[in-house]
Design a protein around this ligand. Structure first.
Ligand SMILES: [Zn+2]
Length: 530
């Protein structure tokens, strides 16, 4: 018999505190859908009354498998529950559950809240009671719980017990400053669950010592049965506990998997990498390549000796199967790589070549030569695939760019400030047709991209779903001069994404190479005819 462990997502509330993240209503609805698909138990949508987006979100009920939760404060000190507009807005919110936040550190109650310890307890009791009377499931986030417990354990515990005894489904112990260490969390939660049953206790950890995930597991080991966190660890400062790391650990590591059930099925676990990247894309953030489980590099091996072992048996250097979280194994082709890497890379992209084929050695030499002048194929697998396919003669000549021109001009603008205009013209030969396209863009690379992809004749339908999702530039010193390396990440309508590379002393030329590779790669993948 496995115990049920509950997952509570606060991406849309605590995650909204992330520097540079600003959710629109459409973002929130899309992310709610992702979380619900995944199998999260509680989705905290936001703080009704705090801003127009959240007020709008909670104005309508939402049909979810998860318990839709509104966040807000307990009644203000010195007021009654019926005379507190903030609490009234929260009680009116169209949500099945309400998560109150209350102070549980005596020092904060006195200094920040400027009230008495007893009045804070009364506020917790009255607020839980009012929400229960409205038929809501109630949670209490005990702010600064661990710091409070260290300063005054009986008061911190009294805050949690007051909510529990009044009928709160969960009391959540928050490490608000994020400075508590795993052994402290385990010890303190162990003491709390002697007073409040663990299946009513949750953990809310922040990542200020890079241990929010570890702290969440420490709490579970001590008896807590709800974990609060966010997708990709979004959150203020260093972020919240990352559910994208927590979920696979709970599902795939026997110590947890044999003891607990969570709402995420194996089938949905395999969507995790995609969901993580989809969120980054929606927020226009470059994905963390080194993210555990779901990052591009999470199952990537570079050194030749590891690579040859992985080909024989993946378990030699992998702690779980990449497919279980929707990721994939990557063997890098690079400077340090030997023949075995190239062979393994060819096999993975589906090119069967006899291992004694002389073209393998030529390909390896070509890779080494190009890497010496600044190419980095380990970061641009799609460009490697094209290089390999070209050397093996399997890339058709789809089209030729016979000419391009990019113009950047600055004009003064009717008394206003100067305006920078960019236009590009591209001449493409597709079969016997010559196609000329012009476009404006917000910069030379954008204008070139728009013009190039405006009209590719019979190939246009294959690239309609192509999107550029990231563009990275580095200036390198390779050989005797500075060169520019451009990496472009693209995605298509199926959600597949790939990276291409260009290197040149000229940034436009480098970008052009990477763009061309991205388009040709897409045509190859789509099986476009020659
Ligand atoms: Zn928090």
């Amino acid at each position: 018999m496995r115990e049920r462990l509950y997952l509570f997502d606060t991406t849309l509330r605590d995650g909204a505190q992330t520097n540079g993240v600003d959710f629109t209503l459409a973002d929130k609805l899309a992310i709610m859908d992702m979380l619900d698909t995944l199998g999260i138990d509680y989705i905290e949508g936001g703080y009704p009354g705090a801003n127009p987006t959240d007020t709008q979100l909670f104005a309508e009920p939402h049909v979810l498998k998860a318990t839709f939760t509104a966040f807000g404060m307990t009644r203000r000190p010195g007021r009654s529950t019926s005379n507190d507009p903030g609490l009234a807005a929260l009680l009116e919110a169209k949500a099945e559950a309400i998560c109150f936040v209350a102070k549980s550190w005596d020092y904060q109650v006195k200094v920040a809240l400027e009230t008495t310890l007893d009045e804070n307890l009364a506020s917790i009791r009255d607020s839980v009671r009012a929400a229960k009377a409205k038929g809501r499931e109630v949670l209490l986030d005990c702010e600064h719980f661990f710091d409070g417990y260290k300063a005054n354990p009986s008061y911190a515990l009294a805050c949690a017990r007051t909510a529990y005894e009044e009928g709160a489904r969960w009391v959540v112990l928050c490490d608000t400053n994020g400075g508590t260490l795993p052994h402290e969390v385990e010890e303190i939660v162990g003491e709390v669950v002697r007073a409040i049953p663990g299946d009513h206790v949750g953990i809310h950890a922040h990542n200020d010592t890079e241990q929010a995930v570890a702290n969440s597991f420490a709490a579970v080991r001590a008896g807590a049965r709800q974990i609060q966190g966010t997708l990709n660890g979004l959150g203020e400062r260093c972020g919240n506990a990352n559910l994208v790391s927590i979920i696979p650990t709970l599902k795939l590591k026997p110590d947890f998997a044999e003891q607990f059930d969570i709402g995420v099925s194996d089938e949905n676990l395999a969507k995790l990498a995609h969901i993580s990247r989809e969120l980054d894309e929606r927020l226009n953030r470059a994905p963390n390549r080194h993210a555990p489980y779901v990052g591009e590099s999470a199952f990537t091996t570079k050194a030749g000796i590891h690579a040859s072992a992985i080909v024989k048996d993946p378990a030699t250097y992998e702690h779980v199967e990449p497919e279980s979280v929707g990721n994939r194994r990557k063997l890098l082709v690079s400077d340090q790589a030997g023949r075995s890497n190239v062979l393994a890379a060819l096999e993975r992209i589906g090119l069967t070549v006899n291992k004694n084929d002389p073209r393998i050695a030529r390909l390896l030499d070509e890779v080494k030569e190009r890497e010496a002048i600044g190419y980095a194929y380990e970061a641009a697998e799609a460009s490697f695939e094209l290089l390999a396919r070209r050397m093996l003669g399997t890339v058709p000549k789809f089209f030729d760019v016979s000419y391009f021109d990019v113009k950047v001009e600055q004009r003064s603008h009717n008394g206003g400030g100067p305006e920078v205009l960019t236009t590009a013209v591209v001449k493409v030969k597709v079969g016997n047709d010559t196609l000329i396209s012009a476009a404006e863009g917000n910069g030379p690379v954008n204008a070139l991209d728009v013009a190039l992809r405006k009209d590719l004749g019979k190939y246009q339908k294959f690239i309609d779903g192509l999107k550029l999702t990231d563009y990275r530039v580095r200036i390198l010193n390779a050989g005797t001069e500075a060169v520019t390396r451009v990496l472009i990440e693209s995605e298509d309508e199926t959600g597949e994404h790939w990276t291409t590379i260009g290197v040149s002393p000229n940034i436009i030329d480098a970008s052009f190479q990477a763009l061309m590779d991205s388009i040709v790669y897409k045509l190859v993948r789509s099986g476009a005819p020659a």
